[in-house]
Write a protein that binds this ligand. Structure first.
Ligand code: ADP
Length: 165
């Protein structure tokens, strides 16, 4: 059974993340989306909220599991009995950080591999932080997020649907 872990912050899950999840689900028997419960970042959404948004946004896929983890990614991947870490590459700016992480993880866990998927062109510009900012300023976020996640962002910022600037 080929298993992969797709780790990230997912604060919130975007259509770019979902695209990577859908494509990974065709490559692997099972994909575990691992939400990093990292206390050093101050996320907009709690881990439970991020799990909920990811679960609802991936309910059409039957080989996706949503989990959260703390500590080292390589330990979580081993616990999941997975062999591969999936990451999305948007632009050259992602590359330096990602290659550093991939090498570090490989030194710590030589049995694991990191697989990079290039983003779909439509979502190459998209990041959770930009979407949070657009949402906070009352812009239309429906074009960036799965519908349920868009509702949750509006709820956080107390903006009614259609009340865009
Ligand atoms: P992290 O803080 O680990 O970068 P993110 O939730 O921002 O967490 O991203 C998780 C993964 O998804 C990363 O590999 C990131 O490069 C990728 N990713 C982020 N945005 C997009 C997007 N728009 N399209 C495809 N992949 C993306």
């Amino acid at each position: 059974m080929k298993k992969a872990v797709y780790p990230g912050t997912f604060d919130p899950v975007t259509l770019g993340h979902l695209d990577i999840i859908e494509r990974s689900s065709k490559i692997f028997d099972q994909v575990i989306v691992g939400i990093l419960a990292n206390q050093s970042k101050t996320p907009l959404f709690t881990v439970a909220e991020r799990i909920d948004m990811l679960q609802r946004s991936t309910s059409h896929l039957d080989n996706i599991e949503i989990a959260s983890f703390e500590g080292l990614l390589v330990d979580f991947v081993k616990q999941c009995d997975a062999q591969v870490i999936i990451r999305g590459l948007r632009a050259i700016t992602d590359f330096e950080y990602e290659i550093q992480m991939a090498h570090t993880n490989r030194i710590m866990a030589p049995d694991l591999d990191t697989l990079f998927l290039t983003t779909s062109l439509n979502y190459a510009y998209l990041s959770s932080s930009t979407v949070r900012e657009v949402g906070m300023l009352g812009g239309n976020i429906d074009i960036f997020l799965p519908p349920y996640a868009a509702d949750k962002v509006r709820e956080k910022y107390k903006i009614a649907k259609g009340e865009y600037l």
